[in-house]
Design a binder for this molecule. Sequence first.
Ligand code: HEM
Ligand code: HEM
Length: 306
Amino acid sequence: MNTFSKSSKHHKLYLLSTFWTLGLLFLGSIVHATGSSLACPDWPTCYGTMFPEMTGGIFWEHLHRLVAGGLVLLFIVATWVSWNAEKTRPAVRQWSCIGIFLLLVQSIFGGLTVILKLPDAISTTHLALAFLFLSLVTVLTAVTSPTRATGVLLTEQQLGRLSVVKKLGILSAILIFSQSVLGAVVRHTGTGLVCPDVPLCFGEWIPPLGTMPVVIHFSHRLLGIIVLISLLVLAYKSTKTIEDSTIRTLAFTAVGLGISQVILGFLSVYSLLAIIPVSLHTLIAALLLSSTVYLSTLSWQEEIED
Ligand code: HEM
Ligand code: HEM
């Protein structure tokens, strides 16, 4: 049955790091949405100090930096605890070290967004790296979890179905990641309001695709629908596995998140990119990625442990 380490201290630290990352992503999105990205003109200090007056845009930008610093420290502690607890699983140790490296690179990219005054490519890479780190910390949380998805030995047929769910989970996670990076392109190229109406675009289901801004914006809407379809298929297939499993719960949660995400996308346009809907849109994208990555990791564990 469960052969994972009994010590759950590092699991709790990874879990905390996952929630911390989600909070940090949300804050990062608020930094942009409130126009606070260049509120601190220098980096790593803000107006030459680590303790600036926390008012206006400085509040959001400097808070984002402080919370990012806290995540780096927390994740280093998680890796250190894991290093001692995971002597038999070197891959967990290695990936945790890669996580620290990723966070340091991400912090440098955060600094570059400020120093180079927000080039589109750097801002988009900053989001992509954040989502990559989120995926990694989610996998580490899942593989160090002391509980298994079902807690029972599975038959050959159930294992076959689980393999389908795993593949669909991975496909959905890849689609969500790509859609999120495309979303960042929409945001940073300023094409969020190119189609002024929702759900149609210029009154048509398929708008004239003559200009790049319309192509970028419309592709994001289209891929959003494809993501939703992949989540619906995943949830349907998960009902064919084991009753009441965590995998099933995660798959149905992802469908709920996917529907909310499309509604938030529409609200973002309808509200002319108001702070609340666009920031929640980033947060739900991150939750979607985390839940599908967790689901895929659990299904994969069931397969190899049975
Ligand atoms: C000290 C290090 C960091 C600095 C100086 C920094 C700085 C910034 C700045 C200035 C923005 C606004 C960018 C824009 O308007 O284009 C931003 C957004 C963001 N940050 Fe950071 N950041 C740091 C670390 C991190 C870390 C460690 C993560 C996550 C693991 C993260 C995740 C995000 C996200 C998701 C956004 C929103 C990106 C978007 O809207 O496309 N940041 N950050
Ligand atoms: C499951 C589907 C979807 C996912 C995972 C997703 C994800 C994202 C992400 C991560 C961003 C970038 C936010 C940032 O840089 O911080 C974004 C931007 C955006 N998305 Fe989506 N999205 C989805 C569907 C949609 C749909 C259907 C619409 C409908 C119009 C939409 C409209 C927008 C708009 C307008 C922006 C730009 C926001 C801005 O400029 O601040 N999204 N999306």
